[in-house]
Ligand binder design. Structure first.
Ligand code: HEM
Length: 510
């Protein structure tokens, strides 16, 4: 017995010693690692599990903001990632020259196909960007104006009809139909016709389903890869796959239909409506991309171009309805326009307050509030007094930049008049459309929709107020902070015709 115990003891010693050495090595490597001097919670030296937790419950942006408040403008959130909130440092990361490429996280977030949105490869991105940018400018987008105006009209009419029977209109729903139908038409050459049917179609339901799973997939990419590789049927993954197959089929069919019309244009009275990809279909080989690439990028456009625009418009209407002084100033400015004004009419007159309301909405309720991760290029980077080595991730988020109290005093308050005299600090800290070479490719399209949508809404309903019908509460508009923002109640009920003297609520808070 004694001999056995001795034997066990003696064989345990080397293992125990090895274990101690391993722990010491791990300790010393994390305690002296490249990010060890960057301030941050103790656990972020070892793991990013805590921030992953906040990510999957849709609160990571506010969690990170809490860390900035506690630790300062640079904070370690994992052994290989820092967040920065100093506008000057952020400008250096999000610049066009010597760019910091998107991190590979984007490929886990939107897997399977490389697109203009998710590719970390600088050369691939440049090619996509060159081919997919046209038409980029506001004047280039003129050919689409009548389609956009028509769809905004349908949304306003839909709201009015709904109001008659329900006593309130759900602007969140109508703006979603509008922005999705617009981007569907501009990408596939045919609208999803949700404005006409008043219903969400299968394609958008599937896209929303994939979007919901994206936060889990990007938090636990190895689990997803493992399940796909070894065909282990995890329910979440099987669901994601069936969404993805349906989306791909719908997109392929749409692209093929459009391509067929392009080929027969002029014959049999066929006339293809212009899309943002028309030039690519007609381009010569060396300037072209494959139909699969068009399909994948069209899908990326639909995801990137629907909720972003519609949520911004919903928050705009909601915030303005909460502030009677803002609403009456905006309505007064819009009096210069006739009732059936067009976008061209809007551009002929000066509407500065409308621009301030839009900017303040984009600041206070950024459609993309969360971190935009970038990889530090060769040579590393000096940021906020710390050296961050090449290959590490540096991330900035609008949720923090737009709350920078030096740039935006009293940042929680919705105050469009702050944009009357924008300071350099405000300009540096304002990044609603991202920055550098990866800035939103369709920001001019988005701005057209925001200007027209907001102006037509408050021209038609100058006395609109927030509605509390059907148990609607301000908390329904509290933002869920995934990659994109979304009101957590998925509705925004508005009383379209209430007298302007109606009681107002407190300032909307996130
Ligand atoms: C209010 C509306 C919008 C906002 C606030 C917005 C915001 C943004 C932001 C912050 C980025 C940078 C993302 C990153 O760095 O990871 C981005 C990129 C992008 N946006 Fe938008 N967006 C809007 C509307 C649209 C629309 C209408 C489209 C239509 C196609 C679109 C397409 C894209 C694409 C394709 C990218 C990736 C660009 C690249 O990496 O080169 N966005 N957007």
């Amino acid at each position: 017995m004694d001999v056995t115990a001795e034997l066990i003891k003696s064989s345990l010693y080397p293992w125990g010693a090895l274990g101690v050495v391993a722990i010491l090595l791990l300790l010393s490597s994390t305690l002296s690692g490249p990010l060890s001097k960057v301030p941050g919670p103790w656990h972020t030296r070892w793991t990013e599990l805590v921030s992953k937790y906040y990510w999957v419950i849709g609160q990571k942006a506010s969690y990170i903001q809490g860390l900035h408040v506690k630790y300062g403008p640079i904070v370690r959130v994992s052994p290989r990632e820092v967040y920065i909130a100093d506008p000057k440092a952020v400008q250096r990361v999000f610049k066009i020259k010597n760019e910091f490429p998107k991190s590979r996280w984007y490929l886990d977030f939107v897997p399977f196909n490389e697109t203009i949105f998710n590719t970390p490869d600088i050369a691939v991105h440049r090619r996509f960007r060159r081919l997919l940018s046209s038409p980029l400018s506001e004047s280039g987008l003129k050919i689409f104006l009548s389609q956009i105006e028509y769809k905004i009209d349908l949304a306003i009419r839909g709201m009015e009809e709904e109001y008659k029977t329900r006593g309130a209109a759900d602007v969140y729903k109508w703006w979603l139909f509008m922005s999705t139908d617009v981007i569907g038409e501009l990408s596939f050459g045919e609208s999803f016709r949700m404005l006409e049917s008043g219903k969400i179609n299968q394609y958008i339901t599937d896209l929303q389903g994939v979007g919901k799973l994206a936060s889990y997939r990007s938090a636990f990419p190895s689990l997803f890869r493992f399940s796909l590789r070894f065909r282990i049927p995890l329910p979440l993954i099987s669901k994601a796959q069936s969404y993805t197959h349906r989306i791909r089929k719908y997109s392929t069919d749409s692209i093929n239909r459009y391509q067929a019309i392009i080929e027969k244009e002029g014959q049999e009275g066929l006339d293809a409506r212009p899309t943002v990809f028309t030039k690519i279909y007609k381009a010569q080989d060396e300037e072209s991309i494959s139909l699969a690439d068009v399909r994948n990028n069209a899908q990326a456009y639909i995801v990137a171009g629907s909720d972003t625009t519609s949520n911004t418009l919903s928050y705009l209407v909601w915030a303005v309805c909460h502030h009677p002084e803002v609403k009456s100033r905006l309505a007064k400015e819009l009096e210069i326009l006739s009732d059936d004004f067009t976008y061209d009419d809007m551009r002929q007159v000066h509407l500065p307050y409308l621009e301030h309301v839009i900017d303040e909405t984009l600041r206070r309720f950024p459609a993309v509030p969360s971190g935009l991760p970038r990889e530090v290029p060769e040579g590393g980077a000096e940021l906020c007094g710390h050296h961050i080595p090449a290959g590490y991730t540096v991330t900035a988020q609008n949720y923090s930049l737009h709350r920078d109290a030096d740039a935006f005093p009293d940042p929680e308050t919705f105050d469009p008049s702050r944009w009357e005299t924008p300071t350099q600090a405000m300009k540096d800290a304002f990044m609603p459309f991202g920055g550098g070479s990866r800035i939103c490719i369709r920001l001019h399209l988005a701005k057209i929709e925001l200007r027209l949508g907001a102006a037509r809404f408050f021209k038609a309903f100058p006395n609109a107020t927030v509605s509390y019908l059907e148990g609607m509460k301000d908390e329904d508009m509290s933002p869920k902070l995934f990659f994109l923002v979304a009101p957590q109640g998925h509705r925004c009920l508005v009383d379209l015709h209430q007298a302007s003297s109606s009681p107002t609520m407190h300032d909307p808070r996130a």
